[in-house]
Design a binder for this molecule. Sequence first.
Ligand code: CAA
Length: 240
Amino acid sequence: MARTALVTGGTRGIGAAIATALKAAGYQVAANYAGNDDAAKTFTDETGIKTYKWSVADYDACVQGLKTVEGELGPVDVLVNNAGITRDAPFHKMKPEQWREVIDTNLTGVFNMTHPAWPGMRERGFGRIITISSINGQKGQFGQANYAAAKAGDLGLTKTLAQEGAGKGITANAICPGYIATDMVMAVPEKVREAIIGQIPVGRLGEPEEIARCVVFLASDDAGFITGSTISANGGQFVV
Ligand code: CAA
């Protein structure tokens, strides 16, 4: 039987590419989203992938959302923690709510989704947790103290989950995309974006599909020996 994958933030940008690639690879796919109903509807119309609305920042909503998905599609074998937001500001201007919103979604959101999915994966002796971190969690970024802290936190969480899941057939890995051509990156002021592209040795932004292919690999049986790792997909912008 086909495995089931749940992709958070799965109706736009990198998440939509991931959901689409997993479906093409034979998974039953559920795409979660938090706010943009129009984008979700368009996504379902184009791909046939069902969407489910809740905020990953809300633990109870995650428990309920997972229950709904599992009721309709069966146990979630592959969880892709992709949902993320930015609230960029230089640190001296960053408001506490900008800090909180980003930590709640980009870091606590990964806890909120993984925690309820974890017991079932342990019982079934199989699971794949794939978390989309960021180049900026690895290197920091001017204007992103909140985002960089959350994305770095995702890496620590992933490494711990890898150690705790290994004996139960669960792998946990992170992907650190560089600058990918999505709405999030297009929202960066053009001058700043051009300067960033100048720092990317391959000379271009990445494509969402280039991240999706990493996810499909990490989800597969072929990647069973890979856990606790971080795949950097950044065009050479930051070499760890
Ligand atoms: N390094 C050093 N100085 C910088 C800088 C940088 N990278 N970026 C801006 N500055 C400087 C400016 O030159 C300016 O200096 P002056 O005041 O001396 O002229 C100052 O910082 C800017 O100050 P402002 O008060 O104008 O700042 P602002 O309130 O307009 O905020 C910003 C600027 C929002 C941080 C803007 O620079 C920005 O959007 N930067 C991009 C942040 C970024 O890369 N976000 C990534 C989004 S995509 C994503 O997150 C996906 C992913 O995982 C990669």
